[in-house]
Design a protein around this ligand. Structure first.
Ligand SMILES: [Zn+2]
Length: 249
C-alpha cells in the first residue's frame, strides 16, 4: 500500500501546500481521499482522472471537498472518457456540490459523479481495498476511514475532536494519519472538534497504532512543535504529512 500526500494544510491552503488530500494506492486501485483546495492539481501530477478508482470525502467543509468542483469541470468538459466516478461521502457533501452547480434534473453532475452516502459502520470494497467508516467527533457529519489493503492497514481521521466513540477505528493500524490542528492545552480552544498533537499521540499509543503521521496542521503554527508534542506521548518517532511525499506502508 502506498500513500501519496497531495496536501495536508489544516483549514486553508498556502502556496505549494494544498489543504487536505491524499491518494492511496495498491496495484491498479487508486483512492482520492479528501479533495481540499489544491489537491486536484496535485493529484494530476501523478494520476490521470481516468485511473482514479473512487473518491472518499470525509465531510462537507470546503477544505476537504471543494476540489470536487475542479474535478467536475475537468470530467464534464475535459478529454476524460470514463464511467461516473464513485464518491463515498456523508450525504451533505453531495448536497453541497449539487447546490453549487445548481444541479437539477438531467444535469451533467449525475453523469460525472456517482455519490454514495456513507456513515458509521458502513463497509465498502474499492478494488484492492476494503474500507470501513466510523462517525467522528466533528461539527458536521464526518467519517473516519480504515483502509485495509492486502497486507497493511491505513486509518485516516478526517477532522475530529477527542469525543465520541471512534477510537476502535485506529486499533493496531500500520499507519494512523491523524489530524493535529491544535497544540498545547486543549482546554484553551473554543472549538473543541479538533485534536491537539498530544491527543493524536495518546490515541495512537492507546490503540496500538504502529506509526503515526500528523496532518491538518495549519500553516500558521510551527509543525515541528506539533511533532514534538505528539512524540512525547506516543513515545516513538512521529511523521509529518508533507505535500509531494510518498510513503510505502
Ligand atoms: Zn478541516
Amino acid at each position: 500500500m502506498r500513500l501519496h500526500i497531495l496536501g495536508s494544510n489544516g483549514t486553508y491552503p498556502t502556496p505549494g501546500r494544498p489543504a487536505s488530500g491524499y491518494a492511496v494506492q495498491e496495484g491498479e486501485t487508486v483512492i482520492w481521499m479528501d479533495a481540499g483546495p489544491g489537491t486536484f492539481v496535485a493529484l494530476w501530477d501523478t494520476f490521470s482522472l481516468d485511473t482514479v478508482s473512487a473518491v472518499i470525502i470525509s465531510h462537507e467543509h470546503a477544505d476537504h471537498c471543494s476540489d470536487l468542483l475542479s474535478a467536475y469541470h475537468a470530467l464534464a468538459h475535459g478529454p476524460f472518457r470514463r464511467p461516473p466516478l464513485t464518491v463515498y461521502c456523508p450525504s451533505p457533501v453531495a448536497d453541497r456540490i449539487a447546490g453549487f452547480v445548481r444541479a437539477g434534473e438531467g444535469h451533467a453532475l449525475g453523469s460525472v459523479f456517482d455519490f454514495r452516502p456513507v456513515g458509521g459502520g458502513d463497509v465498502v470494497d474499492i478494488g484492492n481495498f476494503e474500507v470501513r467508516f466510523t462517525e467522528m467527533d466533528h461539527s458536521v457529519p464526518t467519517v473516519g476511514s480504515r483502509i485495509q489493503g492486502e497486507h497493511r492497514t491505513l486509518v485516516y481521521s478526517g477532522d475530529t475532536g477527542d469525543g465520541g466513540d471512534w477510537r476502535g477505528l485506529v486499533s493496531e493500524a500500520d499507519l494512523f494519519l491523524c489530524e493535529a490542528t491544535y497544540q498545547g492545552d486543549p482546554s484553551v480552544y473554543e472549538y473543541t472538534q479538533h485534536l491537539t498533537a498530544a491527543q493524536a499521540g495518546r490515541i495512537a499509543r492507546e490503540q496500538g497504532a504502529h506509526r503515526l503521521m500528523l496532518t491538518h496542521v495549519p500553516a500558521h503554527v510551527d509543525a515541528a512543535v506539533s511533532v514534538g508534542e505528539a512524540e512525547t506521548v506516543f513515545d516513538r518517532p512521529v511523521a509529518l504529512a508533507v505535500p509531494g511525499t510518498v510513503h510505502d506502508l
